[in-house]
Ligand binder design. Structure first.
Ligand SMILES: Nc1ncnc2c1ncn2[C@@H]1O[C@H](COP(=O)(O)OP(=O)(O)O)[C@@H](O)[C@H]1O
Ligand SMILES: [Mg+2]
Length: 357
């Protein structure tokens, strides 16, 4: 079985309720904005959902992060639209003028021409309008609803507010399209979707994805069988649950590294035990040391921020005596915006917390 942490994941722990929610909203034609810190499984969740729905809807996936200019963003979108017809890299082919690919389309010749002509559009505003209207027109011509998934949507801020406004005004007219947006930068996403001055205010319903429940991690881990009938014992699973605090990425990572540590021991048994989980955590801390060090230095470079982080990390640690209450609450707000701590001042990254220790 596949058990990768990072990258495209086909395994989904838990998230049953979120899948039902997504399905229900989409069937009502409700646009959705998914907000959660990095590596909490937004992309994994939406991919799993879209995979379930691939016969029911036309599906377009666009990674905003991949585009560095508005024109490139449009080209990525055009590619995603043409992929609906099994054509890969339409834009590249069209630019190379590879006319043979036309034969591969089930689209009408006219629709192919739309793509070709679009790429020649020199007026950027026109390019954007025509590109983003493609989703609606293709959905109508194929007689099937379309779901457009924009991943890392918060990154759109790099193209400026005017662009965001424009998109909203086009999306608004698309009766056949359900938009799903996912983003990690909480403050940016909140600003796009919750700020009443902003274009996307009230456009999408918000779904905040939280930690995995301990029960879902337990169910997954206790049913997991790797290699030659190798499984995790109860204490290993307890140690796992206690150390990852519901963090989806680390749940997968610790399971995977625990398995590898077990294999390294090669003691002829078939049970992964708590010791292997501790070894796994040790390895993760070691591998990420440079990342944590850099993160810590960044936090600590701001006056008193480091001591406030420590105060939150270690109960009883008092470092912020010299800090005024208002400065402290400003720093705590920053730590939330940075994606370091959640609403309850709990660290999102359980391994960073261990590293601080
Ligand atoms: N529900 C989940 N079940 C199993 N693994 C998950 C889950 N959510 C996240 N992961 C793991 O964490 C990694 C990062 O998740 P991802 O979906 O890319 O997060 P995000 O999009 O929120 O940054 C994935 O590659 C996968 O290995
Ligand atoms: Mg993602």
């Amino acid at each position: 079985m596949k058990l990768n942490a990072g990258g495209l994941s086909s395994v989904v722990i838990g998230r049953e309720k979120e899948l039902i929610q997504l399905d229900a909203y989409a069937s009502l034609g409700q646009h959705i904005a998914i907000i959660a810190p990095r590596r909490y499984g937004k992309t994994t969740l939406v991919n799993a959902f879209l995979d379930q729905k691939k016969d029911e809807y036309l599906i377009c996936k666009i990674d905003v992060f991949a585009a560095s200019t508005i024109r490139e963003f449009c080209e990525i979108y055009i590619d995603a639209i043409y992929r609906l017809d099994g054509v890969k890299n339409f834009v590249k082919h069209a630019k190379d003028n590879v006319m043979e690919i036309m034969g591969k389309f089930s689209l009408e010749y006219g629709d192919v021409k739309v793509g070709y002509d679009l790429l020649k559009e020199e007026d950027e505003n026109e390019l954007v309008r025509k590109t983003f209207d493609l989703a609606q027109s293709i959905s109508i011509s194929k007689g099937k609803k379309l779901i457009a998934f924009f991943d890392e949507f918060g990154d759109l801020a790099k193209f400026g507010q005017d662009f965001i406004k424009k998109l909203r005004s086009y999306f608004q007219t698309h009766s056949n399209v359900v938009y799903i947006f996912a983003g990690s930068q909480q403050s940016v996403m909140d600003d796009i979707f919750l700020n009443s001055d902003n274009a996307f205010f009230n456009f999408a319903t918000l779904m905040r994805i939280g930690r995995l429940s301990n029960e879902s991690i337990e169910t997954f881990a206790s049913e997991l069988i790797l290699g030659e009938k190798i499984s995790f014992d109860d204490e290993a699973i307890r140690t796992l649950i206690q150390s990852v605090n519901g963090h989806p990425f680390y749940a997968m990572k610790v399971l995977q590294e625990g398995y590898i540590c077990f294999l390294m021991e090669n003691n002829g048994e078939s049970i992964i035990c708590a010791k292997n989980i501790h070894q796994a955590i040790g390895k993760i801390l070691f591998d990420n040391a440079i990342y944590f060090e850099t993160l810590w230095q960044k936090l600590n470079s701001k006056k008193h921020k480091g001591s406030i982080v420590k105060e939150l990390a270690f109960e009883g640690f008092k470092g912020g005596d010299k800090v005024s209450l208002s400065y402290k609450s400003q720093m705590i707000k920053e730590l939330k915006d940075d994606g370091i701590i959640d609403e309850n001042k709990q660290f999102f990254d359980p391994m960073f917390l261990k590293w601080l220790n």
